[in-house]
Design a binder for this molecule. Structure first.
Ligand code: HGY
Ligand code: MN
Ligand code: MN
Length: 442
């Protein structure tokens, strides 16, 4: 016997069935997922979202940025003054990404609403929404959290429309081809003003909850992080005849940048890697003409992050000078440090106190107010981190036994996913019924 309650058994069955609906979409032979914004896989997932909302009689909205919203409205329905408690995440992936990064939060959002709706009706003036944000990974158009940045006014629509993918297709063209109107891109102040809280559930992209022995954790904050594009321009030549002293090989400063990232991260207590590079013309028997590469750097604070990037810039620049290679390094994506709303974290911890195994009460990650489940920071960016600049936002993490993410090895057990759904339902319930709503009209 799993020791699971009847409700937990029902959630497990619903989770397993819902997960199976998503599993084939964008699946690669290596078990990873390619689910890039506005591509056929993404459109299939958007249709899944619409069906999931329709089967629950949730009111579907698509904002001007392509973000999807499924609403459970209180007694007035979609009319009248309403205050929104929202949850959700994203459905897009990195190349060969894991199954859980994003979709777990969207599926958990729907299942948490199912749990709440089984025996409760919302109070007047209250709505609860499940959201799905576009292009969170930035895997196609290069900017992470594009949908939530546009929604919150953190990125300008005109620049967004011109973002291009590897084939030179602009965001505007991709949206139009999918039947979405790119002229509607932009901040949605009315939508933001109605949101009392946004809580995102996400698979943990590390091992903290494994080490703490907890199925669920609360996010304290997100490290500052960013992406830099490096271009190295050299001179193509024959690999077997060009003298070494005559070469202007861009691979050499590129290689220096890669090792400098790792050394600087260790020196400054952060994380940095170059995980993507395009070599031109990519000839086995040629000295390369150029290399374009992307640095991803993250650190506990801005000083350490700046030091990492400065070290990479210095060492790659010196090597480029030594080898007669031109270098251009510019930031493509910047995300400042996020500290999630303390009042919301306190409410989340209180709502989860009954769930927490005693052992985790003195978990090293517990918040100063002696919360129930561990609090952990992360270096991973999330839509909640972008929304936190405009609305009270928080996150729940679900244990990932491998601790690996952005990889087919990313994992979460059904049992822990059920724990996550139940935790999310408790938190949403605490907010939906606990936060004030406009008093009904005369
Ligand atoms: O890359 C990140 O931090 C996140 O997975 N988008
Ligand atoms: Mn991710
Ligand atoms: Mn994610």
């Amino acid at each position: 016997m799993s020791g699971r309650t009847d409700s937990g058994t029902r959630v497990a069955e619903d989770f397993t069935a819902t997960w199976a609906e998503l599993a084939p979409t964008g699946l690669r032979a290596d078990g990873g997922y390619d689910r890039f914004a506005w591509t056929p896989a993404d459109l299939a997932l958007r249709d899944w979202f619409r069906r999931a909302a329709a089967r629950r009689d949730l009111a579907l909205e698509e904002d001007g940025n392509g973000n999807l919203w499924a609403f459970w409205h209180g007694p007035e329905g979609p009319e009248g003054p309403r205050r929104v408690v929202a949850t959700g995440s994203h459905l897009d992936s990195v190349p060969a990404g894991g199954a859980f990064d994003g979709p777990l939060g969207v599926v958990a959002g729907f299942l948490a609403l199912d749990l709440l709706r089984r025996d409760r009706a919302l109070p007047p003036g209250r709505s609860v929404a499940v959201a799905c944000f576009v292009e969170e990974e930035g895997a196609r158009f290069g900017l992470a959290c594009l949908g939530s940045r546009l929604l919150t006014g953190a990125f300008q629509p005109a620049r967004a429309r011109e973002l291009t993918d590897a084939d030179g297709v602009t965001l505007a063209e991709a949206m139009a081809a999918a039947g979405a109107d790119p002229s509607r891109l932009g901040a949605d102040e009315a939508r933001l003003a109605a949101i009392d809280a946004y809580v995102e559930l996400h698979v943990e992209q590390g091992r903290r909850l494994v080490d703490l022995g907890a199925a669920v954790g609360i996010a304290s904050g997100i490290w500052p992080h960013g992406r830099w594009r490096l271009r190295f321009a050299g001179e193509p030549n024959h690999a077997g005849t060009a003298r070494l002293e005559d070469r202007r090989d861009p691979m050499l400063p590129f290689a220096e940048a890669v090792t400098a990232a790792r050394v600087a991260a260790a020196v400054h207590g952060g994380l940095a890697t170059v995980g993507r590079a395009d070599v031109h013309p990519n000839a086995t028997n040629g000295v390369a003409a150029s290399v374009e590469a992307w640095l991803d750097a993250r650190a506990p604070d801005d000083v350490a992050l700046g030091a990492i990037v400065a070290d990479v810039r210095a060492r790659a620049g010196a090597s480029a000078a030594d080898h007669g290679v031109r270098i251009d390094m510019r930031q493509e994506s910047a995300t400042p440090a996020v500290v999630f709303d303390e009042g919301l974290r306190r409410r989340m911890a209180g709502a989860l106190a009954p769930l927490a195994p005693q052992a985790s009460h003195d978990a090293p990650g517990a918040p100063p107010w002696g919360g129930s489940v561990p609090e952990i920071a992360t270096g991973a960016g999330h839509d909640a981190g972008i929304l936190a600049a405009r609305v009270p936002a928080g996150m729940l993490f679900v244990r990932n036994p491998t601790g690996i993410s952005h990889s087919p090895a990313e994992a979460a057990s059904v049992s822990d996913c059920v724990a996550g759904v139940e935790a999310l339902a408790r938190v949403l319930g605490e907010l939906a019924w606990g936060l004030p709503t406009p008093s009904p009209g005369p």
